[in-house]
Design a protein around this ligand. Structure first.
Ligand SMILES: C[S@@+](CC[C@H](N)C(=O)[O-])C[C@H]1O[C@@H](n2cnc3c(N)ncnc32)[C@H](O)[C@@H]1O
Length: 463
């Protein structure tokens, strides 16, 4: 079929203005309207609303529309504070009331478990939300560019590399926003050149600020395009004076033309390569390359759910795979005989060992490497675990990891997931191989966004 025929086959034409009712939301929170059989995705539109929109893109089986006017409003609609956040995509659900965001997330988990996981009879609990769903992020990574002749910080326009200046990010800890502005305003005094992505010139690419929610300690990382550091002493001294809470200042060097923010080389400019924070009564040391959950208030609820699901009595050997700096490992250790953490990032494992030692926890051990390799070795050596806890990145569990679990036959598995799609895929395999899903508890770690974290308890049915 020719391209033109495809185009004429759609019931809508590009640039026409139409009116329709929104019947659903996509997993990214876009409103779905149907013109005849043809779905059109419209950002900013909510279920139950009648909207006027302009068709901006047509594909063979679906199209995209730009919201022009809400003719009939949803009771769940809240007024947005600023269009800027819609342009950057940092708060894609900001127009949806918070209780409705939580419902949306619960439905997403239900939908995906049923569609991908074939688990339609599972009861998903109400999402554990926040009292104040703003200002929660403990980490910011902002690009630095020259805009109107000035060194500017902000965020990328959606689907582009243009930076939109932003000073108040709304979902970040306001003290982090403030620290970014402090760094931004000091840099021009020393003629620091912002990064120019197209020409791959300039010096300062990103400013990263991390802040311990409970400790108040700040870590600042300057990601630079070259190894040099002109006027280093003066800049370091200006930053330490302006940010008395800063305990760690790092230069991270990233000379590559890449979207990846951090480079592999770094050096400490002030303090050490770590800051501290507290979780569930433990104090953690966190290096700039280590993963640390971004929403500290919800992390405690997330970990507590995982610990409760593990239902430990004190006699169990537990594996905590993808353990990062050992946060969940230590939380589990209180009720286990022994917990063994596995993690691929070496500095994170160094942090984890130190964290166990400084918190006086002796019944844990840690191993660095891909969890799928380590656990496969365990299975081959006939080592056993009573409970396996996993908290993998978005891509979920490697097939070899699941194979090893099925060989080791733990009584329980607790799966902490930041991606319902890969969670459902993995649960399907496990539930077809001797495990049953007992509980599904979503936790809202990322209010105002469509992301949802889920904790699942599985137990072994085939003995
Ligand atoms: C979602 S984080 C969870 C970390 C930790 N449980 C926490 O809550 O802080 C996933 C972790 O898996 C690690 N990781 C990624 N791929 C891995 C692999 N193949 N094997 C082991 N760890 C991996 C990452 O470095 C990261 O620390």
């Amino acid at each position: 079929m020719s391209k033109d025929k495809n185009k004429t086959a759609t019931p809508v034409r590009k640039n026409e203005t139409l009116e329709a009712e929104i019947i659903d939301l996509t997993h990214e929170g876009m409103g779905v309207a149907k013109i005849e059989y043809y779905p059109i995705f419209i950002e900013g539109a909510l279920v139950g609303e009648t909207v006027e929109f302009k068709v901006i893109k047509t594909k063979k089986t679906f199209g995209f529309g730009k919201l022009l006017k809400v003719i009939e409003k949803s009771p769940d609609r809240v007024e947005i504070e600023d269009e800027i956040y819609a342009q950057t995509g940092t708060m894609p659900l900001q127009h949806l009331s918070y209780p409705a965001q939580l419902n949306f997330k619960k439905e997403q988990v239900e939908k995906v478990l049923s569609k991908i996981g074939n688990l339609s009879d599972i009861a998903v609990e109400e999402v554990i939300g926040m009292d104040d769903p703003f200002g929660y992020r403990n980490k910011a990574q902002v690009p630095v560019r020259k805009i109107d002749g000035r060194l500017t910080t902000g965020f990328f326009r959606k689907n582009s590399h243009d930076v939109i200046p932003i000073e108040d990010f709304k979902i970040q800890d306001p003290k982090i926003d403030q620290a970014i502005l402090t760094v931004r305003d000091i840099m021009p005094k020393f003629h620091v050149k912002p990064y120019n992505e197209k020409a791959h010139t300039g010096w300062l690419r990103h400013i990263i600020v991390r802040r311990g929610y409970f400790s108040g300690e700040l870590m600042v990382v300057l990601v630079t395009n070259t190894h040099d550091f002109h006027r280093e002493e003066e800049i370091v001294s200006a930053l330490t004076r302006a940010l008395p809470e800063m305990v760690s200042l790092i230069q991270n060097i990233n000379t590559e033309k890449t979207n990846v923010i951090l480079g592999t080389e770094s050096r400490v400019l002030f303090g050490q390569d770590s800051y501290k924070d507290d979780l569930l009564g433990f104090t953690f040391t966190i290096s700039h390359q280590s993963f640390y959950q971004v929403n500290p208030v919800q992390t405690e609820k997330l970990y507590q759910t995982a610990v409760d699901f593990a239902g430990l009595s004190g006699n169990e050997t537990v594996i905590d795979a993808y353990c990062g700096i050992g946060t969940l490992t230590l939380a589990l250790s209180r009720q286990a005989k022994h917990v063994h953490g596995m993690e691929i990032v070496e500095p994170a494992i160094e942090n984890a060992k130190l964290n166990a030692e400084t918190n006086g926890v002796a019944n844990v051990s840690f191993e660095v490497g891909p969890a799928e390799n380590i656990i496969t070795e365990w299975a081959k050596a006939d080592k056993r675990a009573d409970v396996i806890v996993v908290d993998p990145p978005r891509k979920g569990l490697a097939p070899e990891f699941i194979d090893a679990v099925l060989t080791m036959k733990p009584e329980k598995m607790v799966y902490v997931s930041c991606n319902p799609g890969t969670l459902a895929r993995d649960l399907k395999i496990l539930s077809e191989s001797g495990y049953t899903v007992e509980k599904v508890q979503p936790v809202d770690m990322f209010p105002q966004t469509y992301h949802v974290e889920t904790v699942v308890l599985m137990s072994r049915v085939e003995k």
